[in-house]
Design a protein around this ligand. Structure first.
Ligand SMILES: [Fe+2]
Length: 388
């Protein structure tokens, strides 16, 4: 038996925001809080969304203090604003940080308590208030997943929540909102997509339904991410990356993630580093680790085929692991991602024991193909630090 979750409505393509007003009128949504960051506010993107809300007859205010790796402090501030304004829906404008903030706000507004109460799996009892997610990165897949991640600023760790009640009501992937992503953000968020797709293939809860989505996304990210990074105005590359991120999002939301995300959550939460960069640097090292088992090797033969590596069809398991590691390391280099954790601000090997403890307790670790020991997690951090 398996359960597949999907958002009720998804609008795709250039100019897709224009499909929003009739959908809002149909649902009789009247008072919104736009949840976004300063960049989207100052660039005029929030006003562009606001115009569509007004066209639908909905009043709105804007909360624009979302930060990368959003904290419980940001979530609480946003909840206070939403309650004071008595909003009946949220319009999240941004990448994973804005959409995850909106998911946390939505759950707490409908269920009460505080965001920390919902850490883990299926902790809420009712669906959150409606969210319209206008996605601006090709990226986290948050607009289509049942996951959200909030940083606890006291523990310096990320809380991962898996909960279908947080899923958005209307997801919009309009590339007009993605064209301004700078190359470094395009690269980091794009490698997050690649990590979602590869981890979904290798997850212990993968199914044929999630495999077909994940494999498709791996091929597209390999083909289109370098183009989107080299030329942000390449509409075809932006469009295909938007599809890849959404489809990889559905794959991992229903098929699970693994050790890369478990380790990246603790790393990113501890040092406030970009999620996509943490994933990208860890990915080849975790593939090498997971590829030690026959079960892992079999999955990486699938990944090697999805990456269209020469000779993939006849590769042995160990050959596939080696070839996939080399391909991902080369892709990281092509799109300008750091080659080691040593190059990332603040990372210190003396913290690896604490990071490993956090990673071992992350819900993403439960579906990894190997359940590692603490020493093994530390040794993967160490290899990534040294660029081995
Ligand atoms: Fe991710």
């Amino acid at each position: 038996m398996e359960r597949i979750n999907a958002v009720p409505v998804s609008f795709f393509g250039k100019g897709a925001i224009s499909l929003l007003p009739p959908e809002l009128r149909k649902r009789n949504l009247k008072r919104a809080l736009i949840v976004t960051d300063k960049f989207q506010y100052e660039s005029g993107a929030a006003a562009k969304v606001g115009d569509k809300l007004l066209e639908a007859g909905a009043a709105y205010a804007v909360y624009y203090n979302v930060q990368p790796n959003p904290t419980t402090t940001v979530v609480n501030e946003c909840i206070n604003a939403a309650r004071a304004l008595q909003v009946d829906f949220l319009a999240a404008l941004g990448g994973g940080s804005a959409i995850d903030t909106a998911k946390a706000v939505s759950i707490v507004m409908a269920n009460g308590g505080k965001v920390e109460d919902y850490e883990g799996v299926d902790k809420s009892h009712t669906h959150g208030i409606p969210i319209v997610a206008i996605n601006t990165t090709a990226g986290t897949g948050s607009e289509v997943t049942s996951y959200y991640v909030i940083t606890d600023p006291v523990r310096h760790s990320k809380m991962a929540m898996a909960d279908p009640n947080c899923m958005v009501t209307i997801a919009i992937n309009d590339i007009d909102f993605m064209m301004t992503m700078p190359p470094a953000l395009t690269a980091a968020t794009g490698m997050d997509v690649m990590t979602h797709a590869i981890e979904a293939v290798c997850s212990t809860t993968a199914t044929p339904l999630t495999d077909k989505d994940a494999v498709w996304s791996i091929t597209k990210v390999k083909d289109y991410l370098p183009r989107a990074v080299a030329n942000g105005s390449d509409e075809e590359a932006r469009t295909m990356m938007a599809y890849a991120e959404n489809i990889a999002g559905m794959a991992f939301s229903n098929g699970g993630l693994g050790m890369v995300h478990a380790m990246a959550h603790s790393l990113g939460g501890f040092y406030n580093l970009p999620h996509g960069v943490c994933n990208a640097v860890l990915l080849p090292r975790v593939i090498a680790f997971n590829g030690q088992t026959p079960a892992g090797q079999e999955r990486f033969r699938t990944v090697a085929a999805a990456l269209e590596l020469p000779g993939a069809a006849t590769m042995s398991g160990p050959e596939a692991v080696k070839a996939v590691v080399a391909c991902i390391a080369a892709l990281n280099k092509t799109v300008g991602i750091a080659g080691s954790l040593k190059e990332l601000k603040g990372v210190d090997p003396k913290d690896f024991g604490s990071l490993a403890d956090l990673a071992l307790h992350d819900s993403c670790m439960t579906t990894n193909i190997i359940q590692p020991t603490k020493d093994q997690v530390i040794s993967v951090y160490q290899a990534a630090y040294e660029g081995r």
